[in-house]
Design a protein around this ligand. Structure first.
Ligand code: NCD
Ligand code: ZN
Length: 464
């Protein structure tokens, strides 16, 4: 076997192990991991990674690319460039697009757009709202379905008609229909009835501020999240459909997920960057609409970190949600009119490396939650590890480099990040997909159209 590329002398982290060594790559796949100095003398190219971390590229299964339909915010190329710069090698896009991805036909169109425009490997999570579209969607090689239990009040985005479902009967029917595909059903948990009641009280008092919005979402210590997750777990159990819970962030719902896993339910959960790194009350009062997404008090964030470390929460995803400054600015006076969500695909991995440096989790666990687990849970046996034969998707990180995040560095079309001004330790130096550079020394070098669809190749091991 001829080794085309060796990444030498770095600390290689994968599947709970970490050691100094050489990562060997041939024909775009992992050829092996050897001791330092083991790269054959006729190796085509050597990347010296001494002092650096060498990890499987991040797999981010929750990404809002905004294309088609909302390309004034972002498109597949700008989103995937930001991904490459952030050490993310595979993205799964979300269906809240124009048109929303609710049919086999719209799914086919979106997949064609990625094929033409994505720098990184990809898949797409269509909305499961039409039972007769489910089987045909699976045939196009998707890895999961998505639905929101949210209906927006006071704005047309980011939860447009066709992507939301909060009637429990409809939900149960969708779980029943998805179960035979074996694919996980990703659900955004939300209790719309309770949200409606609480928000109307703030509105009646004339308060539409970011603080009121945050407190609505945190009402009764997280009841909007907890009731929804209780319902989802029970329906998943009834239908034996694998469930993936997005936006895990409250202590009681984490406890429910923990117990469900102990009972053998096929359930997985994710934590998002804004819960982990942007969730203080200070962030809400100083950044206002730019920090919201969602908010829960600090003790829930502690529970989220603990669950991410102990395995109750399986993975970290960005929920990268770019919106323009104009769409955010209205939120200072009416947060219900602002588009909610925060961008983060470019910075989540460096922020996690910084958290590792501060002792919040081990580097081995970080690799599990950013790469090993999403590959296993969504059936991407060809990705997310350094097992020989797996795609050589590799991120090289300097864990000691201290740097300050700025708006100027943002590759997302929107040109801002809520993390501007933060100084962190840990920077992505190089990102490779299938053995080829896509990001190197501060520049995206991968071309639009290089990315390929990451279809499931193994049985999804959600909760198994
Ligand atoms: C997301 C978006 O902007 O598309 N927004 C958000 O508040 N995180 C949608 C979503 O994931 O709810
Ligand atoms: Zn969501």
């Amino acid at each position: 076997m001829t080794v085309d590329l060796a990444i030498t002398g770095g600390r290689i982290v994968d599947q709970g192990q970490s050691r100094e060594g050489d990562l060997l790559i041939a024909d775009g796949v992992i050829a092996g991991v050897g001791a330092p100095g083991s790269a054959p003398s006729d190796t085509g190219e050597i990347i010296d990674a001494a002092g650096h971390l060498v990890i499987p590229g991040m797999i981010d299964v929750h990404v809002h690319t905004r294309e088609p339909g909302w390309t004034h915010k972002e498109d597949i190329t700008t989103c995937s460039q930001a991904a490459a710069a952030g050490g993310v090698t595979t993205i799964f896009g979300m269906p809240n697009l124009r048109p929303p991805t609710t049919t086999v036909e719209t799914l086919r169109e979106v997949l064609d757009l990625y094929a033409a425009k994505s720098v990184v490997d990809y898949n797409h999570n269509p909305a499961a709202s039409n039972p007769d579209q489910i089987a045909g969607m699976a045939e196009l090689g998707i890895a999961a379905y998505k639905i929101y239990m949210v209906v927006d009040t006071g704005r047309e985005y980011p939860h447009p008609a066709g992507t939301g479902m909060h009637d429990h009967g409809h939900l149960l029917e969708m779980f029943e229909t998805i179960a035979p595909t074996g694919l996980p059903f990703m659900v955004h948990p939300h209790d719309q009835g309770i949200m409606d009641l609480i928000e109307q009280r703030y509105w009646a008092a004339g308060d539409r501020s970011p603080e009121a919005y945050a407190k609505t979402l945190a009402a009764y210590d997280g009841v909007i999240w907890d009731t929804a997750i209780g319902v989802l777990l029970r329906i998943a159990e009834a239908t034996e459909c694998p469930l993936h819970i997005v936006h895990a962030q409250t202590s009681r719902s984490i406890e429910m997920i923990r117990q469900a896993k102990e009972r053998g339910l096929r359930v997985s959960a994710e934590a998002n960057h804004w819960t982990l790194f942007l969730g203080s009350w200070d962030d809400v009062t100083t950044l206002g609409p730019y920090a919201l997404s969602y908010w829960v008090p600090d003790h829930h964030k502690e529970a989220t970190w603990e669950a991410l470390v102990d395995g109750t929460i399986d993975m970290a995803n960005s929920d990268h949600a770019p919106h323009t400054r104009e769409e955010k600015e209205v939120g200072w006076t009416d947060m219900w009119a602002a588009h909610t969500g925060t961008p983060g695909i470019q910075y989540q991995l460096p922020l996690l490396v910084d958290a590792v440096g501060k002792g919040q989790m081990s580097i081995e666990r970080m690799v599990e939650v950013t790469s090993n687990a999403p590959a296993r849970i969504f059936g991407l046996g060809q990705k997310g590890s350094f097992v020989p034969g797996v795609d050589a998707d590799v991120t090289v990180i300097d864990p000691d480099l201290e740097w300050t995040i700025t708006d100027e560095d943002v590759l997302s079309r929107i040109g801002w990040t809520p993390y501007a001004g933060r100084t962190i330790r840990g920077k992505v130096i190089r990102t490779l997909i299938r053995g080829r550079d896509v990001y190197r020394d501060g520049t995206v070098v991968g071309a639009p159209g290089f990315g390929k669809q990451a279809r499931p190749t193994t049985r999804p091991e959600n909760g198994v």
